[in-house]
Design a protein around this ligand. Structure first.
Ligand code: ADP
Length: 161
């Protein structure tokens, strides 16, 4: 297995995402972080360009990790970037139901395999939606988002009340 695609919204990148990225980047030759978005449905706290820059900064010390913005079906994005498989992080049993369905659908559509990585206990409570809420209300994001981009994330969210 050479190239793995890790897709998501990353609105914004969290320490939960970084836990998966760090651990998976040591297992594969290349890891592509795919910011999947639908141009017909704008929205989110951070623009796609902002998410891309935050992820690039947060992953700058990992030479085999790259970040791309992607639209359309995940299976088409995976084919376009020549990914051998897709990676998803799993935090809880509740998440597995929909993740399994998505994995089976993607296999049905294009024969693409999905690999699941269990979240580290230290990252299990972190979600981008709570990061957005805490940031908007002025709470500390220490330990929840990568340190290198924490001030930028906090500033954007505080302006987004
Ligand atoms: P999506 O909206 O596609 O779930 P996210 O940006 O929320 O996109 O998440 C991208 C991927 O990262 C998903 O596989 C998600 O399960 C995983 N993930 C999110 N938060 C964590 C965390 N705290 N620990 C491990 N994996 C996580």
């Amino acid at each position: 297995m050479r190239t793995i695609l890790y897709p998501g919204s990353f609105d914004p990148v969290t320490e939960g995402h970084m836990d998966i990225i760090r651990r998976a980047s040591s297992l594969f030759e290349r890891l592509i972080v795919g910011i999947l978005h639908n141009p017909q449905k704008p929205g989110g706290a951070f623009s796609i360009m902002e998410r891309l820059k935050l992820l690039e900064t947060a992953t700058s010390s990992l030479p085999n990790v790259s970040v791309e913005a992607m639209t359309g079906l995940l299976v088409d994005a995976a084919r376009a970037c020549k990914a051998d498989a897709v990676l998803r992080g799993i935090r809880s049993a509740a998440e597995t139901e929909s993740e399994l369905q998505m994995a089976r659908l993607n296999h049905h559509l294009a024969g693409i395999e999905t690999l699941f990585m269990a979240a580290s206990p230290a990252a299990i409570h972190i979600s981008a939606s709570y990061v957005r809420e805490i940031g908007r209300l002025g709470g500390s994001l220490q330990g929840l988002v990568p340190e290198a981009v924490r001030p930028e994330i906090a500033r954007t969210l505080a302006q987004n009340k």
